[in-house]
Design a protein around this ligand. Sequence first.
Ligand code: NAD
Length: 415
Amino acid sequence: MEFTPPFPPHLDPNYNGNNTGTEAYSKEILNQMTTSERTRLAVKLYKKREIEIHDAIKISGLSAEIFASVLKGMNIEVRQMNVLVCGGAGFIGSNFVRHMVTKYPHYKIVNVDKLTYAGNIDNLIDIENRSNYIFYQGDIVDQKFIDEIIVKEKIDSIVNFAAETHVDRSIHIGSREFVMTNTVGVQTLLDATRRHNLFKFVNISTDEVYGSLELGEQRMFTEETAFEPNVPYAAAKAGGDLLCRAYYNTFGVPVIVSHCSNNYGPYQFPEKLIPYLITKALNREQFPIYGDGRNIRDWLFVLDHVKAIDLMLHKGIPGEVYNIGGNNEKSNLEIAKLILQYFGLPESMIKFVPDRPGHDRRYAIDAAKIMNELGWYPEHRFEEAIPKTIEWYLHNQEWIAKIKQRNADINEHIK
Ligand SMILES: NC(=O)c1ccc[n+]([C@@H]2O[C@H](COP(=O)([O-])OP(=O)(O)OC[C@H]3O[C@@H](n4cnc5c(N)ncnc54)[C@H](O)[C@@H]3O)[C@@H](O)[C@H]2O)c1
């Protein structure tokens, strides 16, 4: 039976002539309808191309996944999602862009990156000519630029990786850029999400906002753990995260925040611990290790993080926070010894250097929520993924050399 909607958008008494999608249908009308009526309405409007997928999902009241299976059952092709990835030329962002461009050829992936010292367009050389991929150089703090991209590329969702990420720089060089990108940048994207009525905004954050745990204590960070950032990097990230919470509560902006533990894998800028030590091993140089080397981090392979972000984008609930971790705690000393062992180098190459100020002792993530609610689990075992990671850097020494040519001062404060 043909289902007739209550009235077309332009006859809706609440329609102001500017809105599109769900705003054209009053909430009261939708609430009076059964799920099956709402689904049929959503399918009909979607099929007639009167609305986009995110509005169809909202009208149906179903999850994105169930609505997609309804469309599939009716042989209706799911139209593309246009995702704005911010900071997609960095380590995790480039791994995410590659995953999305390859897995969803019908989506459009728009990468906006300022290309700071950490941004590297070479990270995406293998996919740069794909028809579903576009790159723009620009700053997430620049509201006008972000607005233009959203309109021009008909963006419906944002995933934000753009950040100043090196804790040491926030201590030794200064924290202003950290606040600009990690806090003001997030606020700019929240405003844009609100102004353009986007489907979803996933803001990638860190476990470092929770502060530090003690060695030997059983406690892990959960989504309820209070923020206690100890370094300017973490404080600036926490600022962005708190704005996400406030924009959801105040304006209903459909934002999701994730707190992930330390990532490792290909394309990581060689100032971060694992690629830094690999480059030291390649050059047969000493391994500088802060303090007593017993600081513990939870290590997760980058593609497991990428999979979690894909799930959050498609199935995550707006307003929710998800912790992501590998349940794989290792001290910096253990990491150093592993790399030395791989290269057949002696442990005497480890050189303990004065600790950095505010150095958190231990991070540990309880990832039960994303596992139970979104069905996520890490697929890569550390014992297998770490040698593969080392091999990747061995096979890509030209990639490292080019970065070093551009950045002669990598970690030069560590003496
Ligand atoms: N690397 C980790 O272990 C880890 C763990 C948890 C969370 N995170 C978070 O994940 C995100 C990505 O981390 P990463 O390790 O890939 O970082 P990265 O430093 O490798 O990449 C950051 C990218 O953001 C870009 N960028 C910086 N400022 C920008 C701006 N104002 N506008 C547009 N682009 C800008 C840089 O050019 C770079 O390409 C960050 O938000 C970080 O806080 C990282």
